[in-house]
Design a binder for this molecule. Structure first.
Ligand code: NAD
Ligand code: DAU
Length: 352
């Protein structure tokens, strides 16, 4: 079996759902259920014996130690993190705690567990760390896309905390021989994306008749990847990645934010026209820029393609249409998140 951390969040829950759709190998899902963790994402697995949910913190060494000894996984995949750049600017503390200290405690527990394994089990074990392209910093318009050998230059408290976690993972391989794999992925989008991030926020605000906030001039560029392609890349790296290696994951889909929002508006105009017949574009509002806003990210995913044969299945056009349709079909999920109803349920179920 495998252990996934952060499997109630956006990417982690997509990963768990896809994992269970593709294999009978059980998965234990360790998640603290912060504001970003939502068990409703995993409703399809209710009563499925292959999925066990454990509420807890990756920074809780004793809990993770017991979990590993009890379940004896062949791999631990670390998705758990504080992930929102704007929140890291307002309050970096949680990012330092989870992304750095939490990853350190998790690595310590995994190192101890791996040290107790023998023979085949020890040789086959993997720790896969899910990270971000933001650790490489910001690109100028003509710079080549990020490669695995690029120097780290994180610019926000979020990306600095992820960079620190990547360094710890690397050090545990180099110093202790822990068999690690690291993936650095570009911006994801798709089902269960928390509506604080650009794409789900704009879909939600458009339908609610609210402004679509564009930071600065809206010409910042991100490289978008459909979340299920990211999950497929992680499965492939887990299956065949070389120990100690880093793999960049991206969709070759560089888009300026304003163009992304125009695309969303065009799809919504076609699928769910406004009652007054006007375009959702009229709701676009330029607002104060994010402090230290990175101008451009772009991922060179050539290594992953050459070495492991991974390629994204979706183009931006197919993925974004699927995504808008998913949000239109799952307004109850959006309602649950935006009204905070899932938090009430979590409190009732798990207490404070
Ligand atoms: P998310 O914020 O949607 O989910 C994070 C999950 O981790 C939540 O379920 C939360 O409850 C859980 N969590 C937070 N702190 C925890 C702790 N201390 N212990 C246990 N669980 C904890 O994030 P996401 O967008 O799904 O990102 C998942 C991972 O992928 C993160 O490591 C992020 O840095 C990385 N990543 C994200 C993107 C993206 O575009 N969203 C792109 C590349 C990499
Ligand atoms: O690149 C990978 C990263 O992508 C992940 O590591 C992060 O966890 C994930 O949150 C994401 O970070 P971004 O900051 O790029 O995503 P976000 O959706 O917050 O913003 C995307 C772009 O849109 C960014 O340039 C900021 C801009 N933006 C965002 C919001 C929320 C706006 O213009 N208006 C907004 O209201």
């Amino acid at each position: 079996m495998i252990v996934v951390t952060g499997g109630a969040g956006f990417i982690g829950s997509n990963f768990v759902l896809d994992w269970c759709a593709g294999t009978d190998e059980p998965v234990v899902n360790l998640d603290k259920l912060t504001y970003a963790g939502n068990l409703a994402n995993l409703a399809a697995l209710e009563g499925d014996a292959r999925h066990e949910f454990v509420r807890g913190d990756i920074g809780d060494f004793e809990l993770v130690r017991t979990l590993l000894r009890t379940h004896r996984p062949r791999a631990v995949l670390n998705f758990a993190a504080e992930s929102h750049v704007d929140r890291s600017i307002h309050g970096p503390g949680d990012f330092i705690q989870t992304n750095i200290v939490g990853t350190f405690q998790l690595l310590e527990a995994v190192r101890e567990y791996w040290g107790m394994l023998e023979g085949e089990d020890k040789a086959a074990f993997r720790f896969l760390h899910v990270s971000t392209d933001e650790v490489y910093g910001s690109l100028e318009a003509d710079d080549p896309a990020f490669r695995e050998t690029d120097r780290y230059a994180p610019n926000s408290p979020y990306s600095a905390s992820k960079a620190a976690s990547d360094h710890l993972v690397r050090a545990y391989c180099h110093t202790y021989g822990l068999p690690v794999l690291t993936t650095n992925c570009s911006n994801n989008y798709g089902p269960y994306h928390f509506p604080e991030k650009l794409i789900p926020l704009c879909i939600h605000n458009a339908l609610a008749g609210k402004p679509l906030p564009i930071y600065g001039d809206g010409r910042q560029v991100r490289d978008w990847l459909y979340v299920k392609d990211h999950c497929a890349a992680i499965r492939r790296v887990l299956e065949a990645g070389r120990v100690g290696e880093v793999y960049n994951v991206g969709g070759w889909n560089e888009k300026a934010n304003l163009d992304v929002v125009h695309t969303l508006c065009a799809i919504l105009d076609a699928l769910r026209p406004r009652a007054d017949g006007r375009s959702y574009r009229e709701q676009i509002a330029f607002v104060t820029d994010r402090p230290g806003h990175d101008r451009r990210y772009a991922i060179d995913a050539g290594k992953l393609e050459r070495e492991l044969g991974w390629k994204p299945a979706e183009t931006f056009e197919t993925g974004i249409e699927k995504t808008v349709r998913w949000y239109l079909d799952h307004q109850d999920w959006v309602q649950g998140v935006t009204s905070g109803a899932y938090r009430d349920w979590t409190l009732r179920q798990y207490g404070a």
